[in-house]
Ligand binder design. Sequence first.
Ligand code: ATP
Length: 726
Amino acid sequence: MIFLKRLELQGFKSFAGKTTLDFTARVAGVVGPNGSGKSNVIDALRWVLGEREAKQLRGDSLENLIFAGTPKRPAVGLAKVTLYFDNAHGQFPFDAPEIALQRRVDRSGTSEFFINDEEVKLRDLISMLARAKLGARGLTMIGQGQSDMFVKSPAEERRIMIEEVLGLKEFRIKKSQAERRLTTSAVNMDKTRAMLEELLPHLRFLRRQKHRWDKRSEVERELNDLENAYYSFQYHKLLHSLRADTGNHPEELEKTKKQKEKEIQELETRIRGIEQKTSAPEKIRAIRTELSELGARRLTLERNLARVEVRMEFESKEKNIPSKNAEELSGVIQTASKDIEHALSLSGVDEIKTVLQKILQSLSGVFQAGAVKEKTEDLDGEKHNIKIELEKINRDITELQKAEDTLAHEQQEANKQFREQIEILESKKNEIRKLDQQIQIQLFEKEKINIRMGELEREWHALGREITELASLPVSTESDPDTGEMERKMLKLRGELASIGEIDQNLVAEASESEKRYEFLSTELEDLEKAISDLKKLIKDLDEKINEDFKSAFKLINEEFNKYFRLMFGGGKARLFVEKKKKPEVEAGEQKEGDEPPKPIVAEEHEPDLTAGVEIELNLPKKKITSLEMLSGGEKSLVSIAALFALIAVSPPPFLVLDEIDAPLDESNARRFADLVKDFSTKSQFIIVTHNRSTMEAADILYGVTMADDGVSKVLSLKFEEAPSA
Ligand code: ATP
């Protein structure tokens, strides 16, 4: 199977035009005169396989890789090399039977890689090639004049060359990628940790604050619920009181009052009627006046009658009683005068009569009877008249008294009726007063409720709530809640809110942001810790893998190395060994002439030291070699070639590109080299630039590179069996 199928060059170095090399055989020889462009073919292979250093491509810059032009052919602007691989066995992770790897560079220095026309990054390309045991350098790609490179290279590079051929480069790349990621992750972890440490004190403060505010929200919620319950209860209670059917509505009371007032009016009319209907008082007054006048007349008449009767008695006694001396008479007259004065002061008839009798007795003994017969007759007439008049007056008085009694009775009746109506009137007025009182009480109560409602609404509004909300609050389920307790609790909750303080929305937002940032950084830290731990594990696993594979292959390589060394040198002994880093106290150059070379410290089995280089120990037949520097140029190449074949014997690469590594060999060694190439061509594909006939004979196909006058390289292919016999 041919792994490397074809190489196309265009504008690359001396290959100005499109040139194709079809690798149709396992061993391809590139031949041609000096300076024809053979090594440019190798450079093209290195370049397309990702070589970054211009020096390795025998140039100063990438631009030098583009055909620079000759006097006969103009320069081009783009160099393009495409290498075709067979991918039937899936060496490359592409689902395609053939892989075309292309690299281009233009004069701006822009270099691009493509795999099957898809651009790829150099880093990814190198990883992919490493997995296929391919690379731009190392023992599988030996450039011109580098046939002794294995010997000449430092021990550490030898190790790298061996690892490359063993396919361990892939793991080395992975390891260094992991190490880079580990370094980055460690730096990021430190940064993240520092950011977290910086964030935490402030976050703790924000959390404390937030916790208080969270509590505030709880308290607010509780207060809000309580306020709702309290104000709802109070509101509905007042509403109920306003609408309550107490049976004493002011309107109804007013109606009743009106009715009563109407009744009162009627009563007053009736009373006025009663008052107007009776004239008794005036009549009684008139009768009394008349009675009083009649009384006075009668008194006068009675006095007159008494006087008449006294005179009449005096007249009758004067006739019988002897005369007295003047002294006795004067005494009697004085006493009688006094008694008369006394009688005049009296009003009662009987009293007057008694006094008059006494006077009459005292006078009867003094006055002489009989002298006044004439006078007695006059007096009788006067007495008679008086009596008649008295009788009439008495009759009038009796009649008037009767009339007065009748009128008094009538008055009494009217008064009774009047009093009754007045009582009714008073009771009605009393009822109205009571009604007024009730109306006042009702209105007062209503006003009180309205005032309380107003206060309630003001309180509600002061809480920052809408009045409409108050009416829409659900009715309290508790029929008789302890409002006092509710008020105390509201007061307590408001106190709590005041002590918590107002929520600073900026700080809340900052707390939330900081919390998110903390979460983010914590997760990142965790991820980084996990990534670091994973990377450490990966690095450890890769170290073990590299060490294990290297160690197990190294033993076999050593055996093969000794074998090919002996083949090349016709005897002797050669060995590769892993050199452990020298301890600092062992100074280089302390070695004296003739001393044995310092014994290298071989890595202990249990101590993988992946940086330890590979040393070469040789024993040439018939020679004493103490240093590799003592070897001739050809010998160095032979040792290197022995090492190359030892390596590819243990781990054959898909192909090898060798540019005149047979140049320093003498004829017999060149033949051995050619034989080895032939032998190994079953395992690996060879592309060899050579001037050596033996090597050319080993090739299955020859590509003749020529350069005509125009300074442009051209390729002619010639299958070996078709070549004309020399
Ligand atoms: P030898 O057998 O002596 O090693 P060779 O066949 O390997 O020779 P190369 O080294 O491949 O020769 O080719 C060198 C030639 O390529 C030179 O003639 C050089 O001028 C030409 N060359 C190199 N770079 C460019 C370039 N950028 N443009 C044009 N020609 C170039």
